[in-house]
Ligand binder design. Sequence first.
Ligand SMILES: Cc1cc2nc3c(=O)[nH]c(=O)nc-3n(C[C@H](O)[C@H](O)[C@H](O)COP(=O)(O)OP(=O)(O)OC[C@H]3O[C@@H](n4cnc5c(N)ncnc54)[C@H](O)[C@@H]3O)c2cc1C
Length: 459
Amino acid sequence: MEFDYIIIGSGAVGSSLAYQLSKNNKSLALVDIAKTKKPKIKRRYKAPFIDKCTKSYTHSISNVFGGNTELWASKIYLMTKGEIKDWPIEYDELLSHSMQLAKELNINHDELYNHDDIDDSAFFHRAKRSDLGNIFEYFQLSQRKNITCFEQSTLVDVELNNKNSLIKSIKINQKSFKSKKLKVRKAIIFAAGGLGNLCLYKIIIDKVFKKKDRFNYFPIVDHPHISIGKINVKSIARLNRFKNVEDCILVNGKKNKYAFQISPIYLGDKFFRRLEQSFGEEKYSDLILFFIRNFEKFFSRFKRYILIILRKIHRHNTGSLEVWFEEPVNFRSKVSFSKKKWFNGNVQKLDINYKFQKPNYKILKSELDLYTNNKLYDFYEDQLNEENIYTGLKPSCSTPLKSSPENGELNKNCNVKGINNLFMLGTNVYPSVGVTNPTWTLMVLAFRLSKFLKSNFEN
Ligand SMILES: Cc1cc2nc3c(=O)[nH]c(=O)nc-3n(C[C@H](O)[C@H](O)[C@H](O)COP(=O)(O)OP(=O)(O)OC[C@H]3O[C@@H](n4cnc5c(N)ncnc54)[C@H](O)[C@@H]3O)c2cc1C
């Protein structure tokens, strides 16, 4: 089988690329470990490519085409100038692509970009909940005749030309067939998510790049979320603007970047999220999950009443305050390759050692005091510990874009240096992470990459 483009991964990036690249009747293979058919109950699965992982890192996959956009809250916003200051891409270029994409998708770009200054250090914007949902479905990709979907499949090997500078074909494995060879005419794009991409990258490193020890482990950065507690919005002077909106975030604190959001009380109980992930696809999983979710609702209400009786919270409290914040890149947290393999022993698993940096707690506390005039009640300093942190939704910065990459690293066009037709895109290519939800920026980068591919491979 031969295709113009082969894309591995069908999430926000893979589906956006497939939508753009299949427009001129180009043939396209979309390969994903997930299924094309949705299960009856939407849920988070444990990522099969993770072997060992520290407790505070909770990554999951949806196991359906569309990737984690099956699970996301569809909140979209373009990353700000300050957040991408270390990137080898000019902000004006990103902004111009963002405007073009928004126009094409009929989205009001002002809502993804404009913000309202509170003072010279902070501003506020609504983290708009869009109606994008599952991006594979949004673009109706299953109806495109020139896209062939290979479900429950992954790349296991590549065949290169004599100079190792071009991939000629790839081998994929699927559960129901042993392996298939797919020839590629133009380019291959790895779009398997911030962590999934690393498993694919390892295959290329082992096959092509000699200094392997340089690629043994990578940094991993994310947005830690912390639910501070129940709040009475009236008591919080600088956060008053939240009063009448459902979701909004505030960025650029004095010392770090933060996003503050009022959420329904008890949103995001880590215990239940973990419990959900502990179920595989056993016969009665859906039924058990149905009971667990209803119990969770009952439990939340019950807990609320108990706290009111104990005078721990006020019955007029309007929500809980969630804060998430930027983590700078460092090697205290790292992702490395495990000895274990998955997918019939063909692909290496990952070990994740995620450690939140302790000094960040202190900074966060002083920042919170500033924003709330010390009036945030039901907040205890000891809540700022690793146990209460929830992270793992946006694994970032492991293989950053570079303006002068070495062989095997990525240049600013997402091209793996040394292999002219291999590209990679996901949050793993972000040089820094910021606090803005990353997916609109990912879609903009996919739009930018599709233009690059069209002008370099189709003329
Ligand atoms: C609960 C939740 C809420 C979120 N809310 C928001 C939000 O409101 N706003 C926002 O901007 N972001 C949000 N996110 C993050 C958002 O979902 C991701 O940023 C986005 O989906 C990333 O797109 P992607 O294409 O890079 O990766 P993914 O969407 O993760 O897609 C990767 C795809 O690759 C597949 N894959 C993995 N490994 C392989 C392999 N070896 N071979 C083949 N296929 C493979 C996976 O099955 C998956 O389909 C949320 C995430 C979660 C989990």
